[in-house]
Design a protein around this ligand. Sequence first.
Ligand code: HAM
Length: 422
Amino acid sequence: MSYQRPTGTLDILPQEQPYWNHVKRTVQSLAERLGFERLDLPTFEYTPVFEHTAAGEGTDLRKEMYSFEDKDGQEITFRAEFTASVVRAYIENGMQVWPTPVKLYSIGSVFRHEKPQKGRYREHHQFNAEILGESSPMADLEIMLLAESIYAELGFGDLSFQLNSTGCPQCKPVYIEKLMDYLQAHHERLSEVDRERLAHNPLRVLDSKEPDMDQVLAKAPHITDHLCDECRAHFAELRTYLDHLEKPYTLNFRLVRGLDYYTKTVFEVWAQGIGAQNAVCGGGRYDGLAEGLGGPPTPGVGFATGLERIIMTMQTQGIKPPALPQPPVFIAALGEAARLEAIDLAWALRRAGLGAWQAFGKRGLKSQLREANKREARYVIILGQEEIETQEATVRDMDQGEQTNVPMQELVDWLNAQIPRA
Ligand code: HAM
């Protein structure tokens, strides 16, 4: 019997960590530059927290949640997304009395029982950012600019910003009626899946990937032509800011997003060359969510970006992260007395802030030096019988190919002086 990781999960190996480290540092530092504060949340919530994320019967996410009853008989769901958890925490921790707006970011795993494919996993990682308590389109702009600055900082090319408005509880239902009338009139051209969507969640028909749909939807009504005055003004103001900054975007009336709480702005960023799952981020406004979760009326806007998809984009576009630091010193020892000296030295170096590898076991010098080579340590310290007697270590500079003797007493200071600090 051999054990395997669960379907749709990933082992993130040490050689991939430079990507993860670089991406996490980048998103964190950009978010903090814009005044976002970090919020860490539980990995699971009581299931009703996610009720408004996937309220509709036809929502895919409702079927995909990792939900179970725990030993106390409580309904629990592993984080299916961040936004609902953030809003739950906002209400529970009384953040409505904090200086407004409250700007929060989080990083962590998200769990969805999806059909796995390239770029789509059952556990993935998101960087998530939210602005709570602000209805101005300037907040929508800042969220979009934070997303954009992440990809710019990472050096991405070939991105496309997709933008739409989904209206509000006043204008959205009016639009849905109009869309349903249109789709009913083209019923015979809809696939089985889309007829099903039409019955349960008509907006999702716009999202259809069926081959004929471009043609079927060519003359479908656009929600942006049916917005109420408030939603229209909000969308126009956001576009004024984007145009002022000369930010390119595509108005996409078919962008509806899979989650149910959105009002007004919705957007996604698509990357080229990473396959069918090309959305590196998605977000939008959710002005009714806080009330839905039993809190005071609190407008909100945010986005999340999938770290796996960011890393896939880096790899596709040939973007290399900086290497992670490795211990620069390797200590090889031959004989019992030298081994004891080596153990002391390794810890003296580490206490002094210098990373050091230590050869384990009682191997010959050749085997230890082979390991030192593989580890790519800059300095190899050799301690043998002679070094113990003279109390002078042999130090090999692997870059320069030089060898010197350094008194044991001075070795930590000597190495400290040679090795530049990050
Ligand atoms: P979402 O579109 O479901 O939105 O997910 C955001 C991003 O997470 C996607 O654009 C994608 O990069 C990544 N992602 C989603 N599902 C997977 C998966 N199965 N495998 C790999 N990556 C995935 C949300 O979650 C909203 N909470 C975003 C938001 C924040 N809206 C407002 N605030």
